[in-house]
Design a protein around this ligand. Structure first.
Ligand code: F3S
Length: 404
């Protein structure tokens, strides 16, 4: 791999031990993929998971004196202020200490402490063609497919290394020839709301390995639907890129999206596929009753919080409802009186927090309802179960305690 003088100096330790360590990892990755050189980045997103391995890596870099050249946005852990303060079920001491150490490590490294997994919607938005280093299930396909930027499916660790060195090895989705689609996915299902994009994304088994080119989708698709599609594609499989014919920037036509080649596979997705998945993937409610509702995996937008507020204003929820958002969305909700409406009905709008965190210890053994299969998938390992339904059905279930 050819490095320029500055990159060589970094590898040799002239910019400190931490930068050398990060560069060594990136050169190793580049060599694995036969990357010829490093290319600069201007933005990165680190999917920190606030778990032991992640903290070990971040603290190792801190001890080695690393600092980010490109300040990355970071994923949620859990909101310390909420889960040690106003929460009726505070998190235990060791978990709070762990989150605090994560916060300290990333602050010292110079990250943007955004604690949000949808930075591509508002806070860290690349331009078309821009090279960047994004980790996180919904983030990588969003920046590639929707914005036409160029990022490989980075891990939290490799994205952090890229933020420290300011560059990435040039391979994979950074190159034109690797961005073409090779699976044609004919969507015959009725994509009537953002929820169906969650279900479509969970069709990874049927779609198979490659870059999907979707046809048959509506002409107008919301940012939330695209967020859902990417998040679930990387829950059911591994997809850094997709195309939507006539919608995403590198797919003006089917032929362009496929790079002029025939697809290696064609797949049809129907309403029956989506319905069967919903049924198979949902945990059983107790006699039609659920214990809580949770939304925001990936984080809900302000508009989604407003939608819920409109539907529950002046009413009282029968079960707890948790709406997970970015701190920006929470601030706007506070300023606009949305938080007051939600709180009066019994809902909580919580920033900086992911469902797969120890702060939800008190939900163990309970069955929740959510519109996100990813929300249902990860917390199962913590003994928390979920039924999945469209958002309106979930809101109704939160008002009555029953799933109709
Ligand atoms: Fe975001 Fe955590 Fe879900 S990082 S996508 S809220 S699992």
């Amino acid at each position: 791999m050819i490095l320029n003088d500055e990159q060589k100096a970094m590898l040799d330790g002239k910019y400190g031990e931490g930068a050398a360590y990060a560069m060594k990892i990136q050169v190793g990755i580049g060599e694995c993929f036969d990357a010829p050189r490093m290319v600069p980045i201007k933005r990165a997103h680190v999917a920190l998971s606030n778990q032991a391995g992640d903290l070990w890596f971040a603290e190792k870099l801190v001890k080695a004196g690393a600092k980010c050249r490109v300040a990355p946005t970071v994923n949620p852990g859990f909101c310390l202020g909420h889960f040690t303060g106003e929460c009726a079920h505070p998190v235990d001491g060791p978990s709070a200490e762990h989150m605090q150490r994560t916060d300290n490590a990333y602050r010292t490294l110079g990250a943007v402490l955004s604690y949000n997994c949808t930075p591509y919607i508002a806070t860290n938005v690349p331009n078309f063609g821009e090279v960047c280093a994004f980790s996180e299930s919904s983030a990588t396909p969003y920046v590639n497919a929707v914005w036409g930027a160029r990022s490989n499916r980075e891990s939290a660790n490799s994205a952090l290394c890229a933020a420290i060195t300011g560059c990435v090895p040039e391979y994979g989705l950074l190159l034109d020839e690797n961005r073409k689609g090779d699976i044609l996915v004919h969507v015959e299902a009725n994509m009537k709301s953002d929820y169906e994009y969650h279900l479509l994304g969970m069709m990874g088994d049927k779609i198979g390995e490659g870059i999907p080119v979707f046809t048959g989708l509506p002409k107008v698709i919301t940012p939330e639907a695209l967020r859902n599609l990417g998040a679930q594609l990387n829950t059911s499989g591994a997809y850094g890129m997709y195309h939507i014919v006539g919608f995403t920037p590198e797919a003006p036509t089917k032929e362009v999206a496929l790079g002029g080649k025939a697809p290696k596979r064609e797949v049809v997705i129907t309403d029956k596929d989506l319905k069967e998945f919903e049924e198979k993937f949902s945990d059983e409610a107790h006699d039609g009753k659920v214990d809580f509702a949770m939304f925001g995996c990936p984080h809900f937008t302000l508009e989604e919080a407003m939608y819920i507020a409109k539907h529950i204003e002046g009413k009282q929820l029968a079960i707890p409802m948790y709406i997970l958002v970015s701190s920006h969305a929470r601030q706007m909700a506070d300023r606009m009186g949305i938080t007051d409406i939600l709180t009066a009905a019994g809902a909580e709008i919580i920033p900086d927090t992911c469902p797969d965190q120890p702060c939800w210890h008190y939900l163990k053994g309970k069955v929740g309802i959510t519109e996100s299969p990813k929300c249902a998938y990860y917390p199962r390992r913590r003994g928390i179960n979920f039924m999945i339904r469209d958002l309106d059905t979930c809101i109704e279930a939160a008002l009555t305690g029953e799933v109709k």
